[in-house]
Design a protein around this ligand. Structure first.
Ligand SMILES: [Zn+2]
Length: 448
């Protein structure tokens, strides 16, 4: 029965063939995008918005060219990435990798981990061995590192070359690689922790694992979000208090008006990497932080900075971070039960030893990727709603709709935004209302 169910040998060959073709596509596609010449030509294009006689805004030629290059790259990743990991799964590559790692571990020294295990109850030691734990961890690290390296040319082209061609990046090659290295290390660390924990619980509690894993996941989400400003941001940027005391007073007055009790404003040296502008407010209990990109302070008027801040305070006022974490946590927790249901049924077909076989991880990753891709319209719908709430809040407490309009025109020019994307693109991909929707709303806004 199990033999009939598993992905059969002739299919293995087709999937293996597909796997290598996909690797070729990922490695070569940057050259194809480069060969279009769109990036090389970007320097000659104007980044200025135009207004048509009827008042409608038109994206700059530079923004249009940028979109023409970036959008197919985004689609490529969306389609090719799940195919890559699924073909690795179905070709038998994942099982072969797991077997190989197990052999290496059996031959290698396990004593330190075995010692750690002596304190465990006998029942648990039988279900989860030191060898299992190490296999989980090494499998996750090898798989993730391979994906990072495979996507390195693609990401370098997209994140460094194209960004430079369009004048969006100020980073040096060394700086880019140093950031890449840091984010790879952070991601590997998180992935190894997450998946080793999940698969260990699957072994220890074969029926009930979604309960504790879901709880840990929600706790981790909150702790990670709470610690990001103090732990992760300083790894990439220099964070310092805002020195301009006029601006500082204005910002703190604004936060008080919104009902927040922050007493310091921080600046990060974003200009060392990018020309894009941003700001954010983080708050958990008493820890309230206002962070501005230095690009915002350098290029925008104090009035405009105030409107940006007012928008960020809107997110704080409506508890958007907390609500989105709750939403992600709840959906993710339910998803774990769905995952258990699927793995309990599909493991023989996938050629695995049990549902808790780490060789099934690529399948799990593909499921998660596909689920989050298909839920994009819903997720982004919520996001656009929250962004609009924050815009209304910004206009209400700042009472400066005309500053709001000039601010978003300047942001659109600087960030090379498409001001009025087609409705379907907005529906699927846009986390924020389009620039033209935001400007249009501000123009209709009645001040008190
Ligand atoms: Zn926002």
């Amino acid at each position: 029965m199990i033999a009939n169910w598993s992905v059969s040998k002739p299919h293995h060959k087709i999937w293996a063939w597909l796997f290598w073709v996909i690797i070729g596509v990922i490695m070569l596609s940057p050259m194809i995008f480069w060969a279009t010449g769109i990036g090389q030509n970007a320097d000659n294009l104007s980044a200025e918005l135009t207004r048509q006689p009827d008042g409608a805004l038109l994206s700059s030629p530079k923004a249009q060219a940028y979109h023409q290059l970036m959008f197919p790259m985004r689609l490529e990743r969306m389609l090719i990435y799940p195919l890559l990991i699924l073909s690795f799964q179905f070709s038998g590559g994942a099982v072969a990798l797991r077997t190989f790692i197990e052999k290496q571990i059996e031959a290698g020294p396990l004593t330190p981990i075995r010692k750690l295990f002596r304190r465990w109850p006998q029942r648990w030691r039988q279900r989860l061995t030191p060898g299992d734990l190490l296999t989980f961890c090494v499998f996750v690290l090898v798989l993730n590192l391979a994906i990072f390296l495979l996507y390195l040319p693609f990401n370098f082209y997209r994140g460094f070359m194209v960004s430079h061609q369009f004048g969006l990046s100020t980073q040096t090659v060394m700086g880019w690689f140093s950031d890449w290295g840091k984010s790879v290390l952070i991601d590997l660390f998180i992935a190894a922790g997450t998946w080793t924990t999940l698969y260990s619980f699957m072994k220890l509690l074969p029926r009930r694992w979604p309960l504790p894993v879901g709880g840990l996941m929600v706790a981790f989400l909150f702790i990670f979000t709470l610690l990001t400003p103090t732990l992760i941001t300083p790894l990439f940027y220099t964070v310092s208090p805002l020195e301009n005391s006029d601006l500082r007073t204005r910002i703190l007055t604004l936060t008080q008006r919104a009902g927040m009790s922050a007493d310091e404003v921080y600046v990060i040296d974003a200009s060392s990497k990018t020309t894009e502008v941003n700001a954010y407010v983080t708050a958990f209990g008493d820890q309230q932080r206002i962070v501005l990109f230095d690009t915002l302070i350098n290029d925008y008027t104090p009035d405009q900075v105030e409107v940006v801040l007012a928008h960020e305070l809107g997110h704080w006022y409506y508890h958007h971070v907390f609500l989105s974490l709750m939403g992600i946590g709840a959906v993710g927790w339910l998803g774990l039960f769905g995952l258990r249901w699927l793995l309990d049924r599909l493991w023989p077909w996938l050629g695995l030893r049990s549902p808790s076989d780490i060789a099934g991880l690529p399948f799990v990753l593909a499921l998660i990727f596909l689920a989050s891709t298909f839920s994009l319209p819903v997720e982004n719908g919520f996001s656009r709603f929250g962004e609009h709430q924050a815009d209304v809040f910004a206009l209400t407490i700042s009472q400066k709709p005309d500053v709001f309009v000039t601010l978003f025109q300047q942001i659109a020019e600087q960030n090379l935004s498409i001001v009025d994307p087609p409705a379907w693109e907005k529906f699927i991909f846009y986390t924020h209302p389009s620039i033209s929707d935001r400007i249009h709303f501000a123009e209709q806004f009645q001040t008190d």
